[in-house]
Design a protein around this ligand. Structure first.
Ligand code: ADP
Ligand code: ADP
Length: 232
């Protein structure tokens, strides 16, 4: 089954002469337990696809489903709740709260949702991401790779239906990038996590199960089990 899906998704910004068709009828399934990379030139619609599929941005036309919920039908409050409970985000700029420790950053979304983190799951995530000895550190005391792994753990700890990652290795050197990608890969293999990752990087794409290529707001190509050479 699909953890999330779009049907004929269209997004138009502006109007008249200034109109931009950022997405033009995109239909895609993000199957449960699959790691998908979205690639394409700058301006091809990658961010817009991610924002619409994650319920952060309203489409002009078409449908988005997260789990079994068609989100266009939801009231704002219910959409906010669904995003909080079922969608995880990882950003290029980490987006950690500087005054909080790694542990506090990781558990904040669960705390905001008014729930207790599941201790066993929390321990599993921390060990998988390799942050056991960094939990009391603040972001400024961590390397970029460690900060992004904190952001990954934060996304994973609430057991979201799907995680959207926007160029998660864009600010990292290749060693730190490989740590983050290795963790994302393991969370797919070991926990059946569903991940959608926007990336420009062929190495990053080679960690995924499928690469979808966008151009001018449309899906123009798809590769399964991509190798680095195929993506380049
Ligand atoms: P990508 O992520 O592939 O670089 P985007 O989804 O950011 O592409 O953008 C797709 C198109 O939509 C581009 O032409 C971009 O300029 C335009 N666009 C994106 N966001 C906005 C916005 N808020 N207002 C107007 N145009 C936008
Ligand atoms: P481990 O020690 O668990 O293998 P890694 O972080 O090295 O941890 O790798 C995690 C997962 O990512 C493994 O499934 C591995 O096969 C895969 N992987 C590692 N390097 C690459 C690569 N360059 N391209 C694609 N997949 C990779």
């Amino acid at each position: 089954p699909a953890a999330a899906a779009t049907r004929d998704l269209t997004k138009i910004y502006g109007q008249g002469d200034a109109e931009v068709r950022a997405l033009d009828g995109v239909s895609i399934d993000f199957e449960q337990g699959r790691f998908t990379a979205v690639m394409g030139p700058s301006g091809s619609g990658k961010s817009t696809l991610m924002h619409c599929a994650a319920g952060l941005d309203a489409p002009t036309a078409g449908e988005v489903r997260i789990g079994d919920v068609e989100i266009g039908a939801l009231k704002d409050k219910d959409l906010t709740e669904l995003r909080r409970d079922r969608v995880g985000f990882i950003f290029q700029a980490f987006n950690l709260i500087p005054t909080l420790t790694a542990h506090e950053n990781i558990t904040l979304p669960v705390a905001i949702a008014g729930r207790q983190p599941d201790q066993e799951w929390y321990d599993t995530v921390i060990d998988t991401v390799g942050l056991r000895d960094r939990l009391e550190h603040k972001p400024s005391e961590l390397s970029g790779g460690q900060q992004q792994r904190v952001a990954c753990a934060r996304a994973l700890v609430s057991k979201p239906q799907i995680i959207f990652a926007d160029e998660p290795t864009g600010n990292l050197d290749s060693t730190s990038g490989a740590e983050v990608l290795g963790f994302l890969r393991r969370s797919v293999d070991e926990f059946e996590q569903t991940i959608v990752m926007v990336t420009h990087d062929a190495v990053a794409a080679s960690y995924t199960d499928r690469v979808v290529f966008l151009a001018d707001g449309q899906i123009v190509d798809e590769l399964l089990e991509p190798t680095r050479e195929e993506v380049l």
